[in-house]
Each structure stands twice: as structure tokens, then as C-alpha cells.
Design a binder for this molecule. Structure first.
Ligand SMILES: Nc1ncnc2c1ncn2[C@@H]1O[C@H](COP(=O)(O)OP(=O)(O)O)[C@@H](O)[C@H]1O
Ligand SMILES: [Mg+2]
Length: 239
């Protein structure tokens, strides 16, 4: 069992999108995933209401400082990965989630490198490590990386973060319309129509690489792939 939080004190960094891509891909692969929607804006909850049931995926809404540890305690025996989607804040709920996480993912936009929100989370992690004497492993994930960003510019960003001792995931999430469309259409990438969704295969590859890197970083249980056909049939039936 592993607890992963998505945190960046700034809104719009790509936390919710990254959380949803990771959670739906891990669930599709057969892992039992719980998304804890700890953002009062409830984007994941709205997506879940539209989607209906998906195998292996549970969404818990209205998560508070008091309820977060209870949800984790209750669901721990039947969960491989908890994914916590946090608000763009630096408040008590964010602090509680960081303190409980096995790994904190900090999305940073590859195009703008407006890293102030990320820096606030890194400071908070350092403070928790100092004061509470706990170690909170964390990584930056570059998100919304557009085709306009050159490989050289990305290497520079990675080098800058590495010099500050911050791990950066090898996988970057590209800026893709289908990632945005997930929230309008509901469901997961595999339920989308390839004729209508542009570069769907590339988006799926990207999601799979992301999930693979997280699985390598935080191995859960033995990997038992879900039969894809069953998954789609069930997803359609309930959607
Ligand atoms: N990889 C991506 N490709 C395309 N659009 C994205 C991507 N990541 C985020 N977005 C869009 O950017 C906006 C902010 O993303 P979101 O995930 O809600 O950020 P946060 O949760 O940090 O506030 C949303 O409109 C979302 O659809
Ligand atoms: Mg969000």
C-alpha cells in the first residue's frame, strides 16, 4: 500500500489532471486505487459522478483534516494506492496529507516554470522533516509540457532542480487536449473514441509511462493485469 499526494500551492499546475491520469491508469492495470478528493473545488468528484463506477477505483469526496486519517485506516486493507488530490494551498489539510504520504508529487508546468507554488510545498516538506523528524520522499513532475518547449530547455529545468537536490521524474506529462477532455467526457482514456480524440495513443503511452515510473518508485503488490475487455465492458455498462 502506498500513499501519493499531488501538491503545489499554486492552482493550475496540473495536480488534478495528473492525479486522475495516474489513478485511472493504475486501476486499469488491476491495482486497487482510492482517490481522496481533498480539494474543495471537487473536480475529481464531479468527474466521478459523471463517470459512474470504474473497476478498482473508489473516489472519496469531502475529505477533511479529521477524516483523512480515518479514510486511510479504513481502506488500507483493500487498497494498493491512495492518490490524494490537494487544493492549491498551503493549509492544514495539505500539511496533514504531506505528513501521511509515502511520496509527494509536485507538478510543475514545463512551459512556464512558475515554480513558486512548488517551492512553497518544498519548504513545507522541509519544515515537516525538521520539526516532526519524518522523511517525506518527493519528486517534481513536469506537466503540461508543450511541443514548443525544447529538449534543451527541459534539460536546463531538470538540472536546476537536481542542483537543489530535488528529484525529477523521468516521465513528463505533455500538454494534450485529451487529458483536458477527460473532465468533460468522464471515464478514462481507454473509453475515448480514437477517431475523435487527437493523439489518443500518444496520451495513453504517456499515462502508462507515468504509472510505470510510480510503480517502480512505490511497488505495491504483485502485478496482475486486469483483463482489458472486461474492464471496457464494465466501464461502458455503468457509465
Ligand atoms: N497535461 C495537460 N494537458 C492539457 N491540459 C492540462 C494538462 N494538465 C492540466 N491541464 C489543464 O490545465 C488546467 C489546470 O489543471 P489542473 O489539473 O486542474 O491543475 P490544478 O489541480 O493544479 O489546479 C485545467 O484546465 C486542465 O484541464
Ligand atoms: Mg486541482
Amino acid at each position: 500500500m502506498a500513499i501519493i499526494s499531488l501538491a503545489n500551492a499554486k492552482g493550475g499546475a496540473g495536480k488534478t489532471t495528473a492525479a486522475l491520469i495516474l489513478a485511472t491508469e493504475l486501476a486499469r492495470q488491476g491495482y486497487r486505487v482510492v482517490i481522496l478528493d481533498a480539494d474543495p473545488q471537487r473536480w475529481i468528484t464531479t468527474w466521478a459522478e459523471q463517470t459512474g463506477l470504474l473497476p478498482n477505483l473508489t473516489v472519496i469526496s469531502e475529505v477533511t483534516v479529521a477524516s483523512l486519517p480515518c479514510h486511510i485506516m479504513d481502506l488500507k486493507p483493500v487498497t494498493d494506492y491512495f492518490v490524494i488530490d490537494l487544493a492549491g494551498a498551503r493549509d492544514a489539510l495539505v500539511t496533514t496529507a504531506l505528513g501521511m504520504s509515502d511520496h509527494v508529487l509536485i507538478p510543475v508546468q514545463g512551459c512556464a516554470m512558475d515554480a513558486r507554488g512548488a517551492a512553497q510545498i518544498l519548504d513545507l516538506i522541509r519544515l515537516l522533516e525538521e520539526k516532526a523528524h519524518i522523511r517525506i520522499p518527493h519528486s517534481v513532475i513536469l506537466t503540461r509540457v508543450s511541443a514548443m518547449v525544447t529538449t534543451r530547455a527541459l534539460m536546463q529545468i531538470k538540472a536546476l532542480l537536481a542542483r537543489r537536490g530535488v528529484n525529477v521524474l523521468n516521465t513528463m506529462l505533455a500538454e494534450r487536449t485529451v487529458f483536458r477532455d477527460l473532465f468533460d467526457c468522464g471515464g478514462n482514456l481507454y473509453g475515448m473514441d480514437p477517431a475523435k480524440a487527437s493523439n489518443l495513443d500518444r496520451a495513453i503511452e504517456n499515462a502508462q509511462a507515468f504509472a510505470q515510473e510510480i510503480r517502480d518508485l512505490l511497488p505495491a503488490r504483485a502485478y496482475t493485469p486486469a483483463p482489458a475487455k472486461t474492464f471496457f465492458r464494465m466501464a461502458r455498462k455503468v457509465a
